[in-house]
Write a protein that binds this ligand. Structure first.
Ligand code: DAH
Length: 341
């Protein structure tokens, strides 16, 4: 029978180069029929005093075979793998990554914000869920005043005076309550009205509201500010016109039209052949509102305006269905990539 030393030398000299020789190695040194296994079988024939030492030697031999096998196996598997892996063609054009774009409503919001921020207005934000005071009462809507019906309101059933804001004018109130003039803020935000969804109206939309209060602010200041805004937004050739209107929180009140940017004033479907399209409501802040919010109406005056972002976006990008802004169809949204900043 071979000595333990001889088997050890055989293990060390065995050349494993591929899967076949690896298998031979396994059969020769690790299988049930291997010489190492039969050495284990002989332990019982060894004299008692040498048995422990012999057993230890056979164990070491088996460990040597097993460890060598594992090492060879790892090497062979890793080399076979690299051989079968296809090396990609690194000159191929890369797969295109689709880059998202900003939502047109966000683009327009930012644009409006930027125009006003450049002339000294700062943006304030506030809660979508409001109370009756900030949305109506402080803004001079008396309790049973029919003007409350101008805006169909979603009430939240926790308390009778909790509701979703119907306009961001609530932020005028919040600002005036917490700050003394001069005040120059814009209030961008989402608003809610209980209206049927059509191509022209939605139950959710966005507004930017503005408020300027200081000493001696005049209607002419307002008109000039709004003209400046309209021309920055739609181009220098744009004209504005003010029509008398009514809002409980402003006196006098007006609605502002711009000359139709589609037909240039000649008359088309969008402007219903009038040459003008409405973009916002505005007016001189009613003294009652100033007093409700703790501002001295003898000392200060101011103007306010509110514009609908969806409407502005429809005008600017010449789309005719407001629902497109809420459906999130990527085919529509992708078209705003170029305008994304
Ligand atoms: N809050 C009005 C609305 O949602 C818009 C508006 C009109 C706001 C005139 C104003 C304003 O601040 O002065 O219909």
């Amino acid at each position: 029978m071979k000595s333990i030393e001889e088997i050890k030398a055989e293990i060390e000299n065995f050349k494993v180069e591929n899967a076949e020789s690896l298998e031979q190695f396994r059969l020769q040194f690790l299988s049930k029929k291997s010489e190492i296994q039969s050495l284990f079988g002989q332990i019982k024939n060894i004299a008692q005093e040498n048995r422990k030492e012999f057993g230890q030697l056979v164990n070491d031999l088996r460990d040597l075979a097993q460890n060598s096998y594992n090492r060879y196996k790892a090497v062979i598997e890793s080399t076979t793998n690299t051989k079968t892996v296809e090396i990609p063609d690194i000159t191929r054009p890369a797969a295109r990554q689709t880059v998202g774009s900003m939502h047109p409503i966000s683009i327009m919001m930012n644009e409006v914000r930027q125009i006003f921020e450049e002339i000294g207005f700062s943006a304030v934000e506030g809660p979508d869920i409001e109370d009756d005071w900030h949305v109506f009462t402080a803004l001079n809507f008396a309790e049973e005043h029919p003007a409350r019906d101008m805006q169909d309101t979603f009430f939240i059933k926790v308390r009778p005076d909790v509701l979703l804001r119907t306009h961001t004018s609530s932020l005028q109130v919040r600002t005036m309550e917490s700050q003394q003039p001069p005040i120059r803020v814009i209030c961008p935000g989402r608003v809610f009205r209980n209206e049927a969804i059509t191509s022209r109206a939605h139950c959710i939309f966005h507004q930017v509201e503005g408020l300027y209060i200081a000493e001696n602010v005049s209607f002419a200041d307002m008109k000039q500010t709004l003209l400046y805004f309209a021309q920055r937004m739609f181009g220098n050739e744009v004209k504005i016109r003010l029509r008398p209107s009514y809002f409980p929180f402003t006196e006098p009140s007006a609605e502002v039209d711009i000359s139709c940017n589609i037909c240039g004033g000649a008359g088309c479907n969008l402007c219903k052949h009038t040459g003008w399209v409405e973009i916002l409501g505005c007016g001189m802040v009613d003294p009652n509102v100033l007093e409700n919010c703790g501002i001295d109406s003898n000392k200060y005056s101011g103007f306010a305006f509110g514009l609908g972002i969806e409407r502005m976006t429809m005008l600017k990008y010449k789309t005719n269905d407001i629902r497109l802004y809420f459906e999130n169809d990527v085919r529509f949204l992708q078209q705003f990539k170029a305008a994304t900043k």
